[in-house]
Design a protein around this ligand. Sequence first.
Ligand code: NDP
Ligand code: DXP
Ligand code: MN
Length: 384
Amino acid sequence: MKTMTILGSTGSIGTQALEVAAKHNIKVKALAANSDVEKLAAQAKELLPERVCIYREDKKAELEKLLSGTGIKISTGMEGLKEIARMDGVDIMLNSVVGMVGLVPTLTAIEKGTDIALANKETLVAGGELVIKAAAEKGVKIYPVDSEHSAIFQCLQGNEGNKLKGIILTASGGPFFGKTKSDLEGVTVEQALNHPNWSMGRKITIDSATLMNKGLEFIEAMWLFKLRPEQIEIVVHRQSVVHSAVEYEDNSVIAQLGVPDMKIPIQYALLYPERVECDVKKLSLTDYGKLTFEKPDYDTFDCLRACIKAVTIGGNLPAAVNGANEEAVAAFLDGRIDFLDIGRIVMSVCDSTPRKEIKCVEDVLEADRLAREEARRLALAMKN
Ligand SMILES: NC(=O)C1=CN([C@@H]2O[C@H](COP(=O)(O)OP(=O)(O)OC[C@H]3O[C@@H](n4cnc5c(N)ncnc54)[C@H](OP(=O)(O)O)[C@@H]3O)[C@@H](O)[C@H]2O)C=CC1
Ligand SMILES: CC(=O)[C@@H](O)[C@H](O)COP(=O)(O)O
Ligand SMILES: [Mn+2]
């Protein structure tokens, strides 16, 4: 029986992954969440994993009470996540936490030699060089869960040895496609959370609205598929049916299509290379009738420009823009800043951060810390 652990089991990806695991008889050996004790306890009571981690120490007592008598080991904080990442006898660890807090557990799992299904894109944005190098050294496989990267990975199958010319990274355009900056003055949290095609966690949904998500995915693709910036074309495709495409030397373009449902990429990552029945709607192209493709608006969406600028400069800059964005999104969701302030903060941190080499994980954590500090200062100055 295949075995797995899940970091972020209570979230949008985590809960869908549990459904995939149940359908395909994958034994779940550990679960982790940040603060949602009730959901985590319910999952643990049903699945009886060896271990659970609740990141927030102040929630431990409540979890202990809910799981008393089960014999499940309970831990907290980063040490708890690392304990899960180091567990013996695990075939694959799904990292579906939100934010760059996922970086250290990813590196720990790689050190242990455990393959990773990676949804947590912030990990590769902040520490891509370290992660990819460590995985190659340890012979650890990283299976992309992000729909676009799964699409690219699927299009690469059977073409090993053929040189990749580039990729087409599709973007839905989010809820504000076609809007100008003046249209976006004062948009609400509710409007920004209204993604046209995907139901996801709050942070990534805001990232889709600012197009930061596409910027993060641009960087994620560079690391996963060893691409240079000029090899990636971002195309707005409003229907989210073509999940991305690859282009070969002969100008042949191969795309992966499907209804917008994360169960397909989650299942492909967990069961690779098997393709078996998946609980998603069958794609009917005639129901869609028309698929559209347009250029992104780099002027309106500052975050997208900032990410491409950051990865072109390299070093600590991707970690800095990511850290700044995590702070800015939290401030927007809290009602402390306006929607357009997210882009202002991310771009300002990108412009003001001096480039430094990343040599070790501490360098990434320091870049993240400094960027968050600056982002918080800017958010305070912009405070509504
Ligand atoms: N949702 C989607 O369709 C897609 C998501 N992704 C990426 O996958 C990741 C997860 O996204 P999504 O599922 O939408 O996010 P959610 O907000 O729905 O879920 C986040 C999960 O991470 C947990 N978590 C957060 N911080 C910690 C922590 N410090 N320690 C342990 N667990 C933590 C949360 O726990 P708690 O519930 O207790 O807060 C929750 O289980 C993100 O990086 C996102 O960009 C990529 C492609 C598609
Ligand atoms: C489902 C998924 O992979 C998300 O990252 C999705 O891509 C968000 O859509 P857009 O960022 O293209 O709006
Ligand atoms: Mn995606």
